[in-house]
Design a protein. Structure first.
Length: 201
């Protein structure tokens, strides 16, 4: 009788153990399925969610260095930011960019206003040079450096050689009146006249 009861108990114990093991395995599979579904859901959210980034270099089909663009959060965090192609534009960063932009605009406006003032000062001004020469020809000619010195001496405005555009892009080698263009900025130009005579002494 004892042996029979033990067999019944043992059989029941084995059955319960198998049942729980089977259920445990089933539960683990279900948990992994749910985790997988959750990860896929999060991946979709990341792909749809947009964030603002600032490009640190030129990127084809995206923009130039310094541009602020919107991309998917996944693309930004998995590729652009780790590769140091871009940085995320946080509220603090955005505020700084706006301040820098305003400062740059103010400086550009000041340069433009100054350029207009210089243009008004120089426009149609005449500069006279008496140089060594013979028969209407100047020995060595008149170049950019002489014109720069004349402007600086008269108006205390300094230019570089590249700012002076001579006739025929070469030294002036004849007497008379010559038109010269002064490039104050890329878009602001003043024209001056150079009058050259022969120094008879």
């Amino acid at each position: 009788m004892l042996t029979k009861n033990f067999k019944i108990y043992y059989s029941a114990h084995i059955s319960n153990s198998l049942f729980f093991k089977k259920n445990k395995k089933h539960n683990i599979i279900e948990i992994f399925k749910k985790i997988h579904i959750l990860l896929m859901f999060l991946k979709k959210i990341m792909a749809v969610k947009k964030i603002s980034i600032e490009l640190l270099q030129d990127v084809a089909h995206m923009g130039r260095k310094g541009d602020i663009i919107e991309v998917s959060s996944a693309q930004a965090r998995n590729s652009l930011i780790p590769k140091k192609i871009a940085i995320e534009v946080t509220p603090e960063r955005l505020k700084k960019l706006e301040q820098d932009k305003k400062r740059a605009q103010d400086q550009a406006r000041e340069r433009l206003e100054k350029a207009f003032d210089i243009q008004k000062t120089l426009e149609n001004q005449e500069f006279h040079f008496s140089l060594k020469g013979k028969n209407g020809k100047i020995f060595g000619g008149l170049g950019e450096h002489e014109i720069i010195s004349a402007i600086d001496k008269k108006f205390h405005i300094h230019f570089e050689k590249r700012d002076i555009k001579l006739p025929n892009k070469t030294h002036i080698k004849t007497t008379g009146r010559h038109l010269v263009y002064i490039h104050i900025t890329h878009d602001t130009i003043a024209k001056i006249f150079i009058e050259i005579t022969i120094d008879e002494k």
